[in-house]
Design a protein. Sequence first.
Length: 329
Amino acid sequence: MNESNPIALVDELKAVLERYIATTLPISRRYPLLAERFRAELAQQRLVEGPYVEALPDFEKGVTLPELTRNHGGFLHDALAGLPKAKERRLHLHQQRALELSARDGKSLLVATGTGSGKTETFLYPIANMLLNDPEPDKPGVRALLIYPMNALANDQLYYRIAPLFGRHLEEHGITFGRYTGQVKANTKRSEEESRLFSNQKLMHALGEQDRIPANWRLTREEMLNDPPKVLITNYAMLEHLLLLPRNARLFSANALRCIVLDEIHTYSGAQATEVAFLLRKLKNRLGIKAPLQVFGTSASLAEGKDDDEKREIEEKLKTFARDLFAEE
């Protein structure tokens, strides 16, 4: 999560609004005094309230990531101990519990915690651990399928969480990843996609200010079809097309899938939830999957009870919902 100076943020928002208002009421250069007076009056207006800063208690803490690795008698791959600030930053207790349940015990999880609570790590670290321990690393096929409801969310997670993890911090392990959505156009060259990514300064900073895009990042459709990435990021609408169109068959030609993630799982309700549930069943049928998959659902918008009895009742309903959606326990 990026930290921001709230005072600087308010000043920035005010400056943006002033520029916007000035463009909607243009004043001719023939009237410089009028333009100067207009800008002076605009600067005196209260366009943005605040900032209002609220202090919230931190999440209960657990151990550090290295303490869960095998070198310390734990269950995680030792490569995860080398992640940035891993030795200094203690995991939230719910992150540690999620790792124990998923990476150690192999369970599927529904993670419901607040915004900024590190939900991404509750599935990304177990997936990384699974891929680092892959007994058949050279076997083709997608291992982890990450499904997002919107392209904007998929892009944000790819650029600032997934790409830095696999393309920078774990690049030497060669874990391939790629995004297959409508924003990745057909018949484009890798150099074209790289040029577009180079213009994203925030992304390049997340990748360590290097002058190249990691080689294990599959950028084009052709790259992904010829050598399916171990981690595939998409949305449910594109997944339907991937299973429908014959030209995409190579993406799922090998039965190698081991886990599925549905981020923002609360968005799947009503008819859309039914469609996604059948879509996941179609995927399993296409791959000929018989054994259980490990699945993850995350949300910051699920209900919580007022007392212990109500909490247990809601938890059971949420687990039933996720079980019906994924067709997994």
